[in-house]
Design a protein around this ligand. Structure first.
Ligand SMILES: [Zn+2]
Length: 136
């Protein structure tokens, strides 16, 4: 049987040990941690999709703004909100809580900016944000 090497302090331990003889670290704790890790793929994909819809809505509003100038500025704001939303989706991988908050802020911001054009993107961004916050 192979010797066990502690992942915490590097000490050599007898095979079959459950605790490190030097620092006391339980050897099966790594497996427990791996099981607790959950995938954030859904939040990231839904969030990025929401950002893309938001960008499209923003671009549409800017183009629409050629005919009605007050809409163009709101379209630019929507594009910025969408970029923040995509950044929030990526940040979910590092920190689900703050990533989720950024996603929800971008969803509300998008909705305020371009209302009707922003609904598909805002719904997806908000959904991704809620998943990031609520899924444990
Ligand atoms: Zn150790």
């Amino acid at each position: 049987m192979e010797k066990l090497y502690c992942t915490e302090c590097g000490a050599e331990n007898e095979p079959g040990s459950t605790f490190c003889s030097k620092c006391g670290k339980p050897f099966n704790s790594n497996d427990v941690n791996e099981e607790k890790e959950i995938s954030r793929t859904v939040e990231v994909i839904v969030g990025i999709l929401g950002g893309i819809f938001g960008l499209l809505g923003g671009i549409f509003a800017v183009l629409f703004g050629i005919f009605a100038s007050e809409v163009a500025g709101l379209g630019a704001s929507a594009i910025l909100a969408s970029i923040v939303g995509i950044a929030g989706a990526a940040y979910v991988l590092k920190n689900p809580k703050w990533g989720g908050i950024i996603l929800i802020i971008s969803a509300v911001w998008l909705l305020i900016s371009i209302s009707l054009f922003g609904i598909p993107g805002a719904v997806l961004l908000g959904l991704a944000g809620l998943l990031a916050l609520l899924r444990k």
